[in-house]
Design a protein around this ligand. Structure first.
Ligand code: 13P
Length: 259
């Protein structure tokens, strides 16, 4: 069975002090949870990573960045390398979030470069894909997701694929309160798994964890997580408060044992 993975993408919210406060609260509210049952990841802004890593030192909650650059070092003003993320305590990084694609010119090609660099440095990449509302309405969802997955995973070996997590985030569901129904989301997750099966074979496809993201809340987590191909959630707004993020983790645990 695939281990569920719940990640909180804090986006551009929270000062260092607020980030430390939130992660301290999470340590407390998740203390009854067994690390062996679920992976929980938090992704603060760059400026909070080091401070949060100190608070999480030796703790099972894992740390992620929200983006990464594809070179290990060099004259790239404003960028942060995968090695630097490892150095300040990250074990994951989000790559290719739709907000980066929309506002910062991220493409499947840059996502692929970042993904390969992250793997080289030993980070677990959480690669985001998903269609816009317009693409869904035009009936292009599968075409768009097929293209994104193929291009983002170009030249990634089967061995490296064991470390990759894919997050399906329909752009129309992000921050809008409109969640994909569990069935709608699962349909795309199953499509992604089948594509990965065709690219990499059964073992990689069976092990691949696919998160759903887009208006995940305590109330809808269990229903989403009960779907056979939904293995986790990438949570935005509801990850900014300890009580709602904890309730989402609990919802995911409650859904375990699904057929
Ligand atoms: P919301 O949960 O706020 O819709 O954001 C989803 C998201 O973009 C997570 O990466």
């Amino acid at each position: 069975m695939r281990k569920p993975i719940i990640a909180g993408n804090w986006k551009m919210y929270k000062t260092v002090a607020e980030s430390v406060d939130l992660v301290n609260r999470l340590k407390e509210s998740l203390k009854e949870v067994f690390a062996s049952k679920i992976d929980v990841v938090v992704a603060p802004v760059y400026t909070s990573l080091y401070a949060v890593s100190k608070v999480l030192s030796g703790h099972w909650i894992a740390l992620s960045a929200q983006d990464v650059f594809w070179e290990m070092e060099g004259a790239y003003t404003g960028e942060v390398s995968p090695i630097m993320l490892k150095d300040c305590g990250c074990s994951y990084t989000i790559i290719g979030h739709s907000e980066r694609r929309q506002y910062f010119g991220e493409t499947d090609e840059t996502v692929n470069r970042k993904l390969r660099a992250a793997l080289q440095a030993g980070l677990y990449p959480i690669v985001c894909v998903g269609e816009t509302l317009n693409e869904r309405e035009q009936g292009e969802t599968f075409q768009v997701v097929d293209r994104q997955v193929r291009r983002c995973l170009a030249e990634v070996s089967p061995a490296d694929m064991q470390k990759v997590i894919i997050a399906y985030e329909p752009v129309w569901a992000i921050g809008t309160g409109k969640t994909a129904t569990p069935e709608q989301a699962n349909e795309v997750h199953a499509f992604i798994r089948d594509l990965v099966f065709r690219l990499y074979g059964t073992q990689v496809a069976d092990q691949l964890r696919i998160q759903y993201g887009g208006s995940v809340k305590p109330e809808n987590t269990k229903g989403l997580m009960e779907q056979p191909d939904i293995d986790g959630a990438l949570v935005g707004g509801a990850s900014l408060k300890a009580d709602s993020f904890t309730a989402i983790v609990m919802g995911a645990l409650a859904a375990m044992g699904k057929g």
